[in-house]
Design a protein around this ligand. Structure first.
Ligand code: C2O
Ligand code: CU
Ligand code: CU
Length: 481
């Protein structure tokens, strides 16, 4: 068994991996700021049923350290953004106003939609302008998110605070799952910041091998937060919204909990674990049981891959003296995320990561189409990493991890996903399911979601086209907007 397989097995068995530095547990009394919970964004419902959500990118002031206000950016507020929530089948429209002094974009990470609505680097929103993409939600229930994607400036815009959750509901999710937003269904956006004495986030998101790895852990923009829970079971929707940090999440008492969903939807059945690893852009939904009157810290444990240095406590969970009963976790969660079947003659595409600013030796070029994919295809994408830690995100798709260096991923990470960790010196194979929206002139992105790498050119572009027209598609596009 090599080290990688050992770590995978250790993660599976819950064995401590005993590496990296470890700092003493913090004093639970230090966690005294109430966790902020992003508000749900209310849509305007038009006569034809279209639900319009209004977002505005703006500057504001936030206090990460009490009494030390600093300038931050947010959607409809000073930091992060409201939670957008829509159901499968909904016709939705977003209005995104840019009230900043520079051009940005807003990408719907995890959303299956036409390329023109995707919000990548080809859909810029100039200062003072409003962008209004619209689409019909047609994908399984999931915890997705939104964030800027201007090429070369994503790291800075996200680090300033621009990000929010996008929850999708469907009729095929077990009704026993906790689902009262902010009560027993609580979002946790994890971010790390390097804070100066005066409380301002510092560091250059484009310097060093990984950009910024912070020394202060924020949850929903709250430093040293606590949250009160009042039910026996609570679902946490966790997003790694950090620029570079990888989290290995566990509770201070090592308790077991259940993972019920990954990036792109519910798992077929709950998976019991005592830790969950998330790289930037990845999500997990977990269900945790509590005893009346107890308190427990949610922590991240250090690993050995540079982007997971240090043990940090993230959040104190305080259970009320009396807890309301919760339904038992069901054995089956959904049938909407059936295994992705790979045809025997599936096309295999290979992507090599051997630095931090290119894929297959090519730096991102807005005017170059790197891959042309027929609509509705299922393909194998093989990501080979010859260097240090990376991850890999593909727009528009759902994928499943076939294997990592030939070994199956842990059960909790084997569901539908859109972002995956690619450990140092390893090869990850994905079964990728592409959607049916075709547009030979507007690309979707694939990239490392460590934002320092994405901004430096570790990104490529693909178009989805009508099957049979692949060879006719132009490999260059006009990228001047
Ligand atoms: Cu979360 Cu291409 O991004
Ligand atoms: Cu994305
Ligand atoms: Cu990377």
């Amino acid at each position: 068994m090599n080290r990688r397989q050992f770590l995978a097995a250790a993660a599976l068995s819950g064995l401590a991996t005993a590496c990296g530095s470890s700092r003493p547990a913090s004093d639970p009394a230090a966690f005294r700021t109430a966790l902020r919970v992003p508000p749900l964004l209310k849509p305007q419902v038009a006569e034809d049923g279209t639900r319009t959500f209004a977002l505005s990118m703006e500057r504001g002031r936030s206090e990460f350290l009490p009494g030390k206000p600093v300038e931050t950016w947010g959607f409809n507020g000073p930091y992060l953004g409201p939670t957008v929530r829509a159901a499968r089948g909904d016709k939705i429209r977003m209005t995104v106003a840019n009230r900043l002094a520079e051009t940005s974009t807003v990408h719907w990470h995890g959303m299956r939609l036409p390329a023109k609505m995707d919000g990548g680097p080809h859909q810029p929103i100039e200062p003072g302008a409003t962008w209004s993409p619209h689409w019909t939600v047609d994908q399984p229930a999931a915890t997705s998110w939104y964030h800027p994607h201007p090429h070369g400036a994503t790291a800075r815009h996200v680090y300033r605070g621009l990000a929010g959750l996008f929850i999708i509901d469907d009729d095929d999710s077990a009704p026993e799952l906790p689902a009262r937003y902010g009560v027993d269904d609580i979002p946790l956006v994890l971010q790390d910041k390097l804070l100066a004495e005066d409380g301002s986030p510092t560091g250059d998101p484009l310097k060093g091998t990984f950009g910024i790895l912070g020394d202060h852990m924020l949850v929903n923009g709250t430093y040293a937060a606590f949250v009160d829970v009042r039910t026996e079971r609570v679902r946490f929707r966790i997003l790694n919204g950090s620029n570079a940090r990888m989290y290995h999440l566990a509770f201070a008492d090592g308790r077991a909990f259940h993972v019920v969903a990954g990036d792109a939807g519910l798992l077929p059945a709950p998976v019991e674990v005592d830790r969950v690893s998330l790289t930037p852009g990845e999500r997990a939904e977990v269900v945790v049981s509590f005893k009346a009157g107890e308190q427990v810290l949610l922590r991240t444990l250090s690993g050995s891959d540079d982007i997971d240095e240090g043990d940090f406590d993230l959040l104190k969970i305080v259970a009320a003296p009396k807890l309301a009963a919760s339904p038992r976790l069901p054995g089956r969660l959904t049938s909407a995320t059936a295994p992705i079947v790979v045809p025997a003659d599936a096309k295999v595409r290979r992507f090599r990561l051997n630095g931090h600013d290119a894929i297959n030796g090519k730096e991102m070029d807005m005017s170059r189409i790197d891959e042309v994919v027929p609509a509705g295809a299922t393909e194998i994408w093989e990501i080979e990493n010859t260097v240090y830690a990376h991850n890999f995100h593909i727009h528009e798709v759902a994928f499943q991890v076939l294997d990592v260096d030939g070994s199956k991923p842990p059960a909790y990470a084997s569901g539908h996903k859109d972002t995956v960790y690619v450990p140092p010196k390893s090869t990850v194979r994905l079964a990728v399911q592409f959607g049916g929206f075709t547009d030979p002139a507007t690309p979707y992105m694939y990239h490392c979601h460590i934002l320092r790498h994405e901004d430096s050119g570790m990104m490529g572009q693909f178009v989805i086209v009508k099957p049979g027209t692949e060879h006719r598609v132009s490999r260059t596009i006009n990228a001047h907007h």
